[in-house]
Design a binder for this molecule. Structure first.
Ligand code: DQA
Length: 142
């Protein structure tokens, strides 16, 4: 079973970017932790980060042919803007969990709408890096 972890724009800056909002862990820390969780299981992880909407859409489209069975995605700022990414994830019809490090409902009003949540199996928002871990544990039992 292949699980794809997608990180949207600016998440490559985790650790240095507003750590009071997003925490001190880097993206490498988060990915390493997730990799450890699937050691000695039948699950394989694939990681993808991009700052470009087109690259994210193309990666989502690839799941039609690459054996991915589940997606964990933090669309970052595209959460609130990208109908095109929403359409891509709807097209591939894979189950997914939407993760946000911060609690988007406790922040600016423009962050309080997501183009993904109504399509997601579930949403984790505000639990920091731990949210990815919880999402992965769920995906492994799905
Ligand atoms: C985020 C929340 C978004 O509003 C923001 O644009 C991000 C990160 C989060 O993980 O809390 O880049 O998705």
């Amino acid at each position: 079973d292949n699980i794809l972890i997608i990180h949207g724009p600016n998440l490559n800056l985790l650790g240095v970017r507003e750590p009071e909002v997003y925490g001190g862990a880097t993206l490498q820390d988060i990915n390493r932790n997730l990799s450890e969780l699937v050691e000695n299981t039948e699950f394989k992880l694939d990681f993808f980060q991009s700052n470009a909407e087109s690259a994210l859409i193309e990666r989502i489209q690839l799941t039609m042919n690459d054996g991915t069975s589940f997606i964990i995605i933090n669309p970052a700022a595209y959460t609130h803007t990208s109908i095109a990414m929403r359409d891509a994830i709807a097209a591939v019809k894979l189950p997914f969990i939407e993760v946000h490090l911060s609690n988007i409902y406790s922040r600016e009003s423009f962050r309080q709408h997501s183009y993904f949540s109504d399509l997601a199996i579930g949403v984790i928002s505000g639990l920091g890096a731990k949210g990815y871990e919880l999402a992965l544990k769920y995906a492994m039992t799905y």
